[in-house]
Design a protein around this ligand. Sequence first.
Ligand code: S3P
Length: 427
Amino acid sequence: MPGDKSISHRALMFGAVAVGRTRITGLLTGEDVLRTAAACRAMGAAISEGGAGEWTVDGVGVGGLAEPDQVLDLGNSGTSTRLLLGLVATHDITTFFTGDASLTRRPMARVTEPLTQMGARFVARSGGRLPIAVTGAREPLPIEYRLPVASAQVKSAVLLAGLNTPGHTIVIEPEPTRDHSETMLRHFGAAVTVEPYENRGRRIALTGQPELVARDVAVPRDPSSAAFPLVAALIVPGSRVMLPGIGINPLRSGLLKTLQEMGADIALENRREEGGEPVADVVAKAGTLEGVTVPPERAPSMIDEFPILAVAASCARGRTVMQGLAELKVKESNRLAAIARGLEVNGVRLEMGEDSLMVEGCDGPPPGGGRVATHMDHRIAMSFLVMGLAARRAVTVDDGSFIDTSFPGFVDLMTKLGAKIARAAPA
Ligand code: S3P
């Protein structure tokens, strides 16, 4: 399995503003992460790929980023864009950001709003969308910011801006989201405290202007990528797949929990820690699945996994209800609509709500035979290819090229597991 995308972005960014040489093993070399590497290079960090998958980053120190000569093109990557907007917001430089047709449709006001409070100035297209120009604050102000949406990207943007800000930058998250930034900031020597907030939330405080010290980072394997062969193993009769060294951070493992509630035969073996994150070897065996209701508060811990859960649900017995899906509408595509349409063209019955989805399971193989519009979204492409492995008729996706943003080698790996994935004749 490839390295974790979220952790790979962060390892490069924190390495870029640390003092000294950071060595990274297991870095994801998908296009999204390569965009982050290119942007950090353009701002003065020296980043190179050594032998045996080891990467090195020679950082410039907190506050040391240089103004890039050219526009930063972040391709398809929302994580690169939002986190880097945070990083440059408290540097006294002017930076221009753009991206592809998917990224330039996505909302950025969710980060420019708190970063403006910290003193940065933005010029964005209508709706706060890319392209965006940002002039960072000369004298940044620390803020206490309560997240209006459950988003680790927004939390991380504010924390990254807080690095070059005197005093304490505080983020309150009413719903907990992935905590890789907090964990890695500590690893690089920053003072970060996390306290409980109200029922389920957290209050995160970062002490500004630390000297970040270069560290070694071992990137665990991505649970969001592992989700595809995992669900394939569950829904293709006779399968057994072992996925070694997969991240099982509780703020990322909502899919595992949901599949187990559905009756999936999944075992977590050899639990251990790698790079400060919990990992395990995940063993999945095919069997029957039952429909379940996924509560809305679980959504942040599986936000990228709803497309593949919908595929599992289409093979299950009974209905699966997913709630709290509003954020799916602003991912690489409108994922809620893309999932619904993909199920529909493959003969699966469903009901889509404003922020919910009900999938009527087929109690076995779904009909298939559809051609799925992927809308530049890697996870829609991979999910429906996995559906094709179980469906009665082949499933076609209109564009597989975006798979490389997060999971280079997906087709080869699935082929080794026995999948038959072929290039279709043009429609
Ligand atoms: C990510 C956070 C999530 C997720 C994305 C990666 C991160 O986005 O969907 O793939 O690395 O922080 P949101 O923060 O917008 O929910």
